[in-house]
Design a protein around this ligand. Structure first.
Ligand code: ZN
Length: 94
């Protein structure tokens, strides 16, 4: 494989974790799509290529979640809303 950006053949294969966001203000109402593709990284310039899996690609095409795709829905979930917060600070008053 030759890099499309710098023509180097010095590349490596890595496991990736990518969160894909729709652009612009309209993107705030769309799901965030998670993909875990194999990455082909040019070790000279950093240019990276990967293939979005078909199921996650359908989310990008339609802008709505599909069954089985790993997406973060557009309604935010705050970590502070989750139970089990261990913020036990033992402040002593003097
Ligand atoms: Zn390159």
């Amino acid at each position: 494989m030759v890099c499309k950006r710098c023509a180097s053949d010095n590349h490596g294969a890595f496991n990736g974790e990518v969160a894909i966001h729709f652009p612009g203000l309209n993107g705030l109402d769309k799901p965030i799509v998670w993909a875990f593709p194999k990455l082909a990284v040019c070790l000279k310039c950093g240019f990276t290529e990967f293939i979005v899996p078909e199921r996650e690609l359908r989310v990008l095409v339609h802008g709505t979640p599909v069954e089985g795709a790993q997406v973060l829905p557009n309604s935010p979930v705050r970590l502070s809303d989750k139970a089990g917060d261990k913020s036990a600070s033992s402040a002593t008053e003097g």
